[in-house]
Write a protein that binds this ligand. Structure first.
Ligand code: NAG
Ligand code: NAG
Ligand code: NAG
Ligand code: NAG
Ligand code: NAG
Ligand code: NAG
Ligand code: NAG
Ligand code: NAG
Ligand code: NAG
Ligand code: NAG
Ligand code: CU
Length: 850
């Protein structure tokens, strides 16, 4: 993300139903989303429309784009007899699939009609079973949120159960599961103890005498009399460290109306005749909001509202009129605006000062071309360009995969199993999705694998956009909704997670995670020899959480592979944040198409350069809690040095071809430390259990393989590096503690001078040998927006892999059916075969689709 101010008004799904005054500055994000998505979806609708009820694996397409109603239907009831019927009308499938046939077991045959007259649909067994009460790690349910809210009300933390109406009223911002204490959870899993469920609730206490931000633990839930416990001391998180405020953006807008009226002439003349009230909004979401806890200085940027008369969050059309509102007091009559800049000319203390300089002609003026405002829609909506011919054959539906015998995974509540894997999906409104108790073939590998935060740091040559820094957890990462058929295949199972809607003061469940098995369409392994040939097809299970954080869209994913690998990924799409391109900015130099902070990507904008760094908590428990972090140095050098690492050697044995060789050297990490990738000194990072050896005497373990193209290049002299210390290391190893829960504090970005909850504070020389350790992994990419990011950024990905490292005695995939063909003696095996059938899915209509 980059911008969340207005997610204030965009509290999820239904926010666009909130009635608003026509002049308010709410960027109704929900509305934005629905508008935007309906545009975006025109693409998938288009595809879906073509796909219609036509299902794969069954038909061969030979016609042109217009003959989709005259397809061939090839039915293969068994391998020997292939019946081909020309011209069968298969479009009836799109109506019959709404009645999904349920069979008792996935292996059972589907509807067994006469193959020559009907098309069989694939059997479906709903893999999702609901459970009566939440499991230990399940995300907080809506009931539990209601219960927590009631407890907070009862204890007087919240003045009313109604939606908050005033700036000076305590309100609940986020609610998530408070993860159980680990020892307690482990005992519970061994059925040796009980464990309650607790909520972690972020409350903005703007209605008390010394306003602050508070985190409460509420519970145990589901029993009588949940306790409310403060997790911070009074005043520990100053009120002005609050990330966003339910009312603030709107109040900033209202507050600035007067000044904008003063500058009416400037605004109209400069910005294509625009009127502040009708055409513009104030983008006030640039954090940090202050460097100390007490400071609340909101750097704002005038922007075009979007296209047409609708409100859209457009971080692209930021205009060169900027300033700051000093909003440190909760009493608006104490506020004042300052630091006005127009085309980087300033600062002007007041709007009046700026105006008199503008009218007496002592400052440079801008005049956007007439009609510019009308171009917004075309510039920012990623709509298919109808002036271009459709790419050849692109109007034919693309390749698809389907489940010929139903899903191979099962989901009980949030407890998911697939091909030897078992784990629980959890999630936090603040931190995003996470997994607990990941086991493979009955053995625990990971206790907790969790998204924690994303940081984004921008650069630009102007007042409001320079050094913009976001930590997304501050704004709540788990916000968004699946677009089925686009984010995930239609046959996916979609899981809902509840979050708290601070605007309506109610919990809301959104379909935000999808689960499906992927056909890798490649081999997991292969060999083609004379005496043996064979292999296995690569398949894996994906859990995907697409979130929308302001202008940015992140897809947060976990991939489980047949060989014991877990791949965690983050992918980014969405709108870039841009800044104004002023042809006469003298810092642009001669060639004005690029400069230190980005490329020109449209008539009046430069895409601001920035990075995306994703931070994860990875608590590997290789069989047990006590593990050791081992580095394996990948070396090149003298044979003597290599041999001397293990033995007393004084001379290079004569059988060596060269006197140099490759070799590896092991190092145990004894103390907590932050590590960085260094391609000149390559290392393997492994977490091993030295108490558990495999058959060959080696410690069983897993290897951490980061996939990153970014590294932090600020040094510690840069003030934000404390609050964002997690970005300094690709992997930091610390002793696990319940109280060291996350790698950032949600408040630190707004108190960078005095951060209190960041990763560097956890790296304090403790011993980590044969201890319960946590790996804090951060990976990311650097983003230099180019013209291809216009109008929207195509997905970029990063992540890391956890890979077995002597964990097994031999390949862990030999318990799966495979392709085998040997001679002398001849052995033959095929992967499971199946009867071809129609993909059994429901194509859901999108809102607004005819
Ligand atoms: C094919 O199915 C469509 C939709 O049900 C129907 O309108 C059409 O008449 C059918 N065509 C034939 C040849 O059966
Ligand atoms: C499915 O049906 C075919 C043909 O009717 C039969 O040969 C096959 O054994 C059946 N498969 C299963 C799993 O019942
Ligand atoms: C709430 O806290 C009190 C005091 O610490 C304790 O006696 C009581 O058992 C707690 N209630 C529950 C339901 O845990
Ligand atoms: C806000 O400040 C004004 C002026 O300082 C004062 O008159 C007013 O009482 C204050 N309001 C509140 C709610 O404190
Ligand atoms: C223009 O107005 C500014 C701001 O009031 C003032 O400082 C400046 O002297 C004026 N210049 C002229 C030429 O009037
Ligand atoms: C999830 O379900 C499996 C059985 O399917 C069970 O063994 C495991 O304990 C469950 N996990 C949790 C955390 O409840
Ligand atoms: C290596 O050899 C030297 C001299 O022979 C001996 O003093 C030393 O203890 C030996 N070291 C090891 C590790 O065997
Ligand atoms: C390694 O071999 C090269 C010649 O092949 C020789 O020049 C060099 O001195 C040798 N280095 C060592 C450490 O023996
Ligand atoms: C870390 O601990 C070691 C001993 O365990 C000690 O020698 C060293 O000074 C400590 N370093 C710091 C920075 O505290
Ligand atoms: C794990 O480490 C802790 C702390 O060093 C120690 O007390 C405990 O005995 C260890 N457990 C095992 C199984 O090694
Ligand atoms: Cu980016």
């Amino acid at each position: 993300m980059e911008l969340h101010t207005n997610s204030t008004f965009a509290d999820r799904g239904n926010s666009y139903q909130v009635t608003r005054k026509p002049d308010d500055n709410m960027r109704s994000y929900g509305k934005f989303r629905s508008i935007f998505l309906s545009q975006l979806c025109s693409i998938c609708i288009f595809i879906l429309g073509l796909v219609g009820g036509i299902l794969i694996g069954i038909f061969a397409y030979h016609g042109g784009p217009n003959s989709s109603r005259d397809i061939k239907c090839i039915i293969s009831p068994n391998k020997d007899q292939v019946v081909t019927r020309e011209g069968t009308n298969c479009s009836h499938i799109s109506t019959t699939i709404s009645t999904i046939s349920t069979v008792s077991s996935a292996g059972e045959n589907a509807s067994s009609g006469n193959p020559s007259t009907s098309c069989n649909t694939c059997p479906v067994k709903n893999p999702v079973n609901s459970v009566s009460s939440p499991g230990l790690f399940d995300p907080l349910s809506t009931d539990e949120m209601e219960e927590s809210f009631a407890a907070l009300f009862k204890s007087g933390v919240i003045p009313t159960k109604d939606p908050p109406v005033s700036f000076n009223q305590n309100y609940v911002q986020y609610m998530s599961l408070q993860a159980p204490k680990k020892q307690e959870a482990l005992r519970f899993l061994q059925k040796q103890g009980t464990s309650g469920r607790f909520a972690k609730v972020h409350v903005v206490r703007s209605g008390i005498n010394n306003p602050d931000c508070m985190i409460y633990k509420v519970g145990p839930l589901g029993r009588d009399g949940a306790n409310v416990t403060q997790l911070l001391a009074d005043g520990e998180a100053h009120i002005n460290t609050r990330p966003k405020d339910l009312f603030e953006a709107l109040m900033v807008f209202d507050f600035l109306k007067k000044d904008m009226k003063t500058m009416e002439q400037l605004i109209s003349e400069s910005f294509d005749g625009a009127s502040f009230m009708d055409d513009m909004y104030i983008f006030s979401g640039n954090s940090p909001f202050g460097l100390t806890s007490e400071e609340r200085k909101i750097r704002f940027n005038l922007a075009f509202k979007g296209f047409g008369n609708s409100e859209i969050m457009d971080l692209f059309d930021l205009l060169p009129l900027q300033g700051a509102v000093i909003a440190s007091s909760l009493n608006v009559s104490d506020w004042f605006a300052t630091d006005y800049y127009y085309l980087n000319q300033g600062p002007f203390k007041t709007a009046k000062d700026l105006m008199s300089s503008y009218t007496n002609g002592t400052i440079r003026k801008l005049q956007l071309p007439k009609g510019y405002m009308k171009t917004i829609r075309d510039r920012i909506v990623p709509k298919r360009d109808t002036s271009l011919p459709v790419r050849e054959k692109a109007d034919i539906p693309g390749t698809r995969t389907y489940e010929p015998m139903g899903a191979r995974y099962t989901i009980n509540g949030y407890n998911i199993s697939w091909m030897g894997w078992n784990f629980v999906l959890s999630g936090s409104q603040v931190r995003g999705p996470s997994l607990f108790n990941i086991r493979f073939k009955g053995e625990r590998i990971v206790y907790e694998l969790a998204f924690n935060d994303v940081s984004v740091m921008y650069a630009a040559d102007n007042y409001a956009q320079n050094n913009v820094i976001y930590t997304d957890a501050t704004y709540g990462i788990l916000e968004g909704e699946i677009i089925l058929g686009l984010d995930c295949p239609e046959h996916s199972s979609v899981l809902k997670i509840a979050t708290w809607n601070s605007r309506t003061a109610t919990p809301i469940e959104t379909p935000i995670v999808c689960v499906f098995e992927v056909d890798g369409e490649e081999s997991l392994w292969r060999h083609k020899g004379g005496a043996f040939s064979g292999g296995q097809r690569e398949r894996h299970l994906v859990l995907r959480t697409p979130v929308t954080l302001g202008n940015y869209d992140y897809s947060l994913e976990f991939h489980f592979h047949l060989d014991g690998r877990i791949v965690t990924k983050a992918r980014a799409s969405g709108y870039i944040q841009a800044h104004f391109w002023d042809v006469r900015n003298k810092h642009f130099g001669e060639d004005k198409s690029f400069y230190p902070f980005g490329y020109k990507v449209s008539d009046f904008h430069v895409g601001s350069i920035h990075d995306h760094t994703f931070g994860f908590k990875v608590d590997l428990d290789i069989l047990e809690q006590n593990n050791t972090f081992r580095l394996i140095h990948w070396k090149a050098g003298s044979v003597l040095d290599a041999l001397q690492t293990k033995a007393n050697v004084t001379e290079i044995p004569s059988y060596y071809l060269f006197n140099q060789t490759r070799y590896i050297e092991w190092e145990t990490l004894y103390k907590e430390a932050g590590l960085r990738i260094d391609m000149e000194k390559q290392k393997f990072w492994t977490v091993v259990n030295t108490n558990k050896k495999n058959k060959w005497g080696n410690s069983r373990g897993y290897r951490i393989i980061p996939m990153t193209t970014g590294a932090q290049n600020f040094d510690d002299s840069f003030l934000p590096m404390k609050a964002l210390s997690f970005t300094k290391y690709h992997c930091a190893v610390t002793k696990r503690k319940d109280e060291e829960e996350f790698l950032t504090s949600t408040f630190d970005v707004n108190r960078m001078m005095e951060p209190k909850g960041h990763l560097d504070l956890m790296i304090n020389n403790e011993s980590i040998v044969n201890e319960d350790i946590v790996n804090w992994i951060s990976v990311g990419f650097l983003h230099v927006p180019t013209s291809e990011d216009m109008p929207i950024t195509l997905n970029v990905e990063t992540g890391f892999t956890l890979k077995p490292h002597n964990f097994f005695d031999r390949s862990p995939v030999l318990d799966l059916p495979q392709e085998t063909n040997t001679i002398e003696p001849s052995e033959y095996e095929r992967m499971p075969t199946f009867d071809q059938c129609y993909e059994n899915i429901q194509i859901t209509k999108h809102p607004g689709e005819p």
